[in-house]
Design a protein around this ligand. Structure first.
Ligand SMILES: *Cc1c(COP(=O)(O)O)cnc(C)c1O
Length: 382
């Protein structure tokens, strides 16, 4: 089976993890801050806070922005459930903005219309979470401008998009948002096994996220409510969690980060090859926003004939091609349906779901393996 995604672990990666295992610190040592500094520098952000998953990073970020009971968070239906769940962890209500059918990202027109209605109803969201679907940035210039106009905070879910560019600058620089979140799950562009990270340019927000990552505990005298009792002293000044990244994960991440550029270059070359090979088939290739240069986490085709969706998917699996479907619209998950969402609420997302198939794309995919995928696809569509 050719999988839809796969990690690439080198001898250097293994040596980096082994060196940590031989050192004094398995957690709360020097590797995490080193990884944070390197990643912040790579994406052009002032601060980075590493955690044990992107799910944790999303929760930490929206909590640090003050999202709470009775507030509202908006994301898009075509994403992993974590983009929505972070709102629910804080007791906020979740709603969705439909996608642009070509880029699969939050549609800026739909967002603009929904914000106007929400303002009139006195029920604006506190936070919106646009997703960099497949590794391509949403229209962050317009989304950021709308957010500023309505006083809404923005957390970019860039779980797919480390190494991507937007408007000529790296994704993660937070030029149009408060926070950007990355995931280092093994199927993503670089991996720490499990892991995530949030970038921001706001020092107060970075400090607050770092506090929440580790139980709400501080050893910083300036943050304490009374003078220190002695060298052992710490204070819990808020309610946080243990979302810390381990030293092994950070060392792996640092080693992987050194290969981010070749990983993304290979993914871009493979995406271009798919674009060329698939042009004449009865399917749509992914739409490209000229302002965005995707990191190509996923390559998603959409079948012209949605009545053949399941059959084509099954024929590909039977042929040893590890296709997948990203994603089942989140508003149609039973957990969210229980809040009143129903089929027909977000037609573009639902039409996408009826046609989409993710085909294999990862740095280690050879041209020959990709040709196998293309041949199997030709066969499955015949
Ligand atoms: C993978 C992913 C997440 C969650 O990442 P974890 O690191 O597995 O918690 C969140 N959002 C999107 C869009 C993802 O693809």
């Amino acid at each position: 089976m050719i999988p839809y995604g796969r990690q690439d672990i080198s001898e250097e990666d293994r040596a980096a993890v082994d060196a940590v295992l031989r050192s004094d610190f398995l957690t709360q040592g020097p590797a995490v801050p080193r990884f944070e500094e390197a990643l912040a520098a790579r994406v052009g952000a002032s601060h980075a806070v590493a955690v044990n998953s992107a799910t944790s990073a999303l929760h930490m970020a929206v909590a640090a922005l003050g999202l709470g009971q009775g507030d509202l968070l908006w994301t898009t239906p075509i994403t992993f459930v974590a983009s929505a769940n972070c709102g629910r962890y804080c007791g906020a209500d979740v709603d969705f903005v439909d996608i642009d059918p070509e880029t699969f990202n939050m549609c800026a027109d739909a967002l603009e219309a929904k914000l106007a209605i929400a303002e009139a109803a006195g029920r604006l969201p506190k936070v919106i979470v646009p997703v960099h679907m497949c590794g391509q940035s949403p229209d962050m210039i317009r989304i950021g401008a709308l957010a500023r106009r309505y006083g809404v905070r923005v957390v970019e879910d860039a779980s797919h998009a480390i190494g991507a560019d937007y408007d000529g600058k790296p994704v993660g620089d937070c030029a149009h948002s408060d926070v950007t979140v990355f995931s280092f799950h093994p199927v993503k562009i670089i991996t720490t096994a499990e892991g995530g990270l949030a970038t921001t340019n706001d020092p107060a927000l970075a400090e607050r996220m770092a506090l929440l990552r580790s139980h709400g505990i501080t050893r910083d005298d300036a943050l304490m409510t009374e003078p220190s009792h002695g060298p052992w002293y710490y204070q819990q000044i808020d309610l946080g969690w243990n979302y810390r990244m381990t030293e092994m994960q950070a060392a792996l991440g640092l080693s992987q980060l050194s290969r981010l550029d070749p990983f993304v270059a290979r993914r871009r070359a493979l995406a271009d090859r798919y674009d060329n090979a698939l042009q004449e088939m009865p399917l749509s290739i992914p739409g490209r926003d000229p302002k965005a240069d995707s990191a190509w986490h996923l390559y998603v085709i959409r079948l012209h004939d949605k009545t053949r969706h399941r059959a084509v998917f099954e024929r590909l699996r039977d042929a040893g091609i590890g296709v997948n479907l990203h994603y089942i619209p989140v508003h149609l998950q039973p957990y969210y349906k229980a809040f009143g969402f129903a089929e027909g609420d977000f037609p573009q997302s639902e039409d996408y779901y009826a046609r989409a198939i993710s085909i294999p794309l990862y740095a280690g995919l050879s041209d020959a393996m990709q040709d196998e995928v293309i041949a199997a696809l030709t066969e499955a569509l015949s």
